[in-house]
Design a protein around this ligand. Sequence first.
Ligand code: SF4
Length: 430
Amino acid sequence: MADTALMTIPGLVDPVPASRDITPRADGRVDLIGLPRPRIRELFEEAGLDAKAAKLRAKQVFHWLYHRGVTDFEAMTDIAKPMRPWLAERFVIGRPDVVEAQHSVDGTRKWLLRTADGHDFEMVFIPDETRGTLCVSSQVGCTLTCSFCATGTMRLVRNLTPGEIVGQVMLARDALGEWPKGSMISSNDDGADVIDEISDVDVIDEDDEAGHYTADGRLLTNIVMMGMGEPLYNFDHVRDALKLVMDGDGLALSKRRITLSTSGVIPMMERCGEEIGVNLAVSLHSVRKEVRDELVPLNKKYGIEDLLQACADYPGASNARRITFEYVMIKDKNDSDDDARELVRLLQAHNLPAKVNLIPFNPWPGAGYECSSPQRIRAFSEIIFASGFSAPVRTPRGRDIDAACGQLKTAAEKKSRAQRDREVAAAPLD
Ligand code: SF4
């Protein structure tokens, strides 16, 4: 178990332990979450269904998993009753394990999650008046050591799987109660069906479909791949997970409501536009080589000019779908008027459909930076605005629970080396 005491915020919001059993894998069952429909069909065939039955069952199960969010095969009411235990014996419907959930005073929520093999990572939900944004992690830890980012001080443990990535979105919908409400009763729920009596007819009834999402009234409206990790270093898994999120029969979130943030992995940016097609955000943070080399060390490999050209070439970028440049405001580091003018010059030189998100630096223990003053941030923003680019200042959210941009770092990683050494010494030997 995690050391939950480290996450307590005395006098503010106590963490809510919400541990669940980790999906057992030793029994040979396969977790279906993260799998696309064709793969589910293949697995059903390998388990003994004929091709026709496997195709129909895969369609039904996919709908229940990703569109209705059920976590129990018994809830799949258009699947014949004898079939449900057959599924449960062979498959599981996983979610990341929730170790802890925290609420900020400003409504931001952060979850500490754990993979089935025991690695911790975090996701954050940021509600505001017009939208609710889920910040999703792609890796446990990160390799990129951006100096303003707490995650960058964690070692990379491993990439998250497609199931662990899409599982974050599903978990958020669980927590927010946002799965479509329908009758959950279907036309063939008489329990008398047997597997070989199924037909190719889609048996999900129209009342059920009345539970389809609309964009209105939802809490979770947007996703940003801006949590732990560099998503383009885990491209295949991120792509596969986001395809499930965007699938109209699945989580059905428009690609226009999804933004992937990269620190500038140029070789993968074109594929990101072509194969995923989501909005792009770039962690820019400086337009001067020596400063960006420090803040985003990947800059030593992929420089600013090349990065901006890759942004200009990003498939689908237009004035309607502008590229977002994230710019963390750090006192006396990157926040001068000259920095703002150089930023504008570069955006104009590359003819970029761009907007700039100014992020007041969110402090974390040992960071070694200070946030720019509000006056400095305003002056910086005004220079950019005056040149015709949007440059809103992002209001810090969830600072009290270390959920703000650049603050994600799991409790286990926050322990001191001495504390970890003591725990290892005290642990029983196998
Ligand atoms: S900003 Fe992103 S890429 Fe850089 S260290 Fe943090 S998580 Fe990694």
